[in-house]
Ligand binder design. Structure first.
Ligand code: UD1
Length: 424
């Protein structure tokens, strides 16, 4: 069993660079299916989820050349299959991002139904309802979703119940070749959606309004391959900034747009954290106690659910009490019980976490509940008394490249260690 061990209380300061955004890279890779030929993606993070999406593409006939650690050349001219099997979808729910591109290219797709996920129900009903409006018919057979557009895809207006990132992306990709105009109303506005629309437009699509709640897609007949740089990872950046804010000495994070963390940085300021924003960097430091501040997660430009765990770790050490409200995912407070093992005082009531600040954390053994929760536990270990051992670190590897190395470069006493599995 591989774990991360971190010894708390050491100086933590310096500069770190983030990679391209996981949540963008995965969708851009899926979009290459729609432009037969060789698309080059640069600034791709070298993380487990990207490797899974690589397997999904190879499974349907794409060839992927790894030019260097962060550059992929994806040749989709030989894609002949439209089926994504369960063993890949089960590894990563974001594999469902190929549904829209496969429908666009082949007019049909077979995608295994995503199983349960430990951060809430994560249904795909909005993807299905939206695609049905464009003429797609669905049938579920033996755990697989069979989608087909027997009369071709035809543009329509789709109003989403909730600004879902995945549904907006699948609909945007499915409507690129649809006849006429498709309008997505109440669309998600995340920077990764804008990155995907930019790639598709560079390939020849006609998409306007990405980044606003109304996206319009005018159908075109074909796309051509391009070279595209993945937008910087705002959540990786936010994670390192939260760590700098926790530890106090200046930490500069480069390679992302601070505008993409607008509300997070505003909330950090309300919490007593000092900030200096650059065009593609941000520096944090803190010379006073953390001020309790209520947080509620919402789709962009609201406070991102993907920064909730790291912020909970900060607020658990604030001078007083506050409430964190999780509006995007059910069941995304699993970090709380692990932080309690380290001494935090957090009460969960439905989708609210009532956080009473404590004076410090004490190092112990804890388990990553999910990707961001795992990062937040390592973060807690930076300041905890003694050694914190974080297990189930495959969650962290899904989304953070060189996590341990980057933290060590900032001064953390941190290492990966192979421990005997005591459950055997
Ligand atoms: C994406 C991100 C994830 C982020 C989330 C919200 C990727 C790979 N993942 O996930 O890191 O936390 O956006 O910013 O990009 N829902 C439905 N029906 C649907 C679709 C969604 O009920 O058809 C619900 C989900 O269960 C969830 C909420 O809507 O409760 C938000 O989901 P969504 O925005 O779609 O998130 P993902 O695209 O899965």
């Amino acid at each position: 069993m591989e774990v991360i061990q971190v010894e708390g209380g050491h100086r933590f300061t310096g500069e770190v660079r983030v990679e391209g955004a996981k949540n963008s890279a995965l969708k851009l890779m899926a979009a290459t299916i729609m432009a037969p030929g060789v698309t080059t993606l640069t600034n791709v993070p070298n993380i487990a989820d990207v490797h899974v999406m690589g397997k999904v593409l190879k499974n349907i006939g794409a060839e992927i050349e790894v030019v260097n650690e962060h550059e992929l050349r994806i040749d989709t001219s030989g894609v002949t299959s439209w089926e994504t099997p369960y063993h890949l979808v089960a590894q990563m729910r974001a594999s469902t991002a190929v549904l829209g591109p496969l429908l666009s290219r082949f007019g049909k797709a077979i995608v295994a139904m995503p199983g349960g996920c430990n951060i809430g129900a994560r249904k795909i009903d909005m993807h299905i309802l939206g695609l049905e409006a464009l003429g797609v018919e669905f049938e579920v057979k033996h755990g697989n979703i069979h989608a087909s557009a027997p009369h071709g895809l035809v543009g329509d207006t789709v109003t989403l119940n909730f600004a879902s990132v995945g549904a907006t992306e699948n609909l945007m990709m499915a409507s690129v070749f649809a006849k006429g105009v498709t309008t997505i109303d109440n669309a998600a506005r995340e920077p990764e959606i804008v990155d995907l629309a930019n790639l598709l437009n560079e390939m020849g699509a006609k998409i306007s309004g990405a980044g606003s709640p109304v996206i319009e897609i005018e159908g075109v007949s074909e796309l051509h391959p391009v070279t595209h740089r993945v937008v910087g990872d705002r959540i990786e950046a936010g994670t390192f900034l939260a760590m700098g804010a926790l530890m106090g000495e200046p930490v500069t994070v480069r390679g992302f747009a601070p505008l993409h963390l607008g509300l997070v940085l505003k909330k950090f300021e309300q919490m007593g954290i000092s900030l200096e924003r650059g065009s593609d960097s941000c520096t944090v430091w803190r010379d006073r106690p953390l001020v309790p501040t209520d947080i509620q997660t919402l789709p962009f430009p609201g406070f991102p659910t993907d920064m909730q765990a790291q912020t909970m770790c900060l607020l658990a050490l604030a001078k007083g009490s506050c409430v964190i409200t999780e509006n995007v995912f059910e069941n995304r407070f699993m970090l709380a019980s692990e932080l309690q093992r380290m001494g935090a005082d957090i009460v969960i009531e439905g989708h609210h976490a009532i956080v009473h600040g404590v004076d410090g954390f004490s190092g112990t053994q804890v388990r990553s509940p999910d990707l961001r929760g795992g990062a937040a536990l390592v973060m807690a270990g930076l300041i905890a008394d003694g050694v914190t051992t974080v297990s189930d670190i495959y969650h962290i590897d899904r989304g953070y490249e060189g996590f341990v190395e980057k933290l060590a470069s900032l001064g953390a006493r941190i290492r990966r260690v192979e421990l005997p599995d005591e459950t055997d």
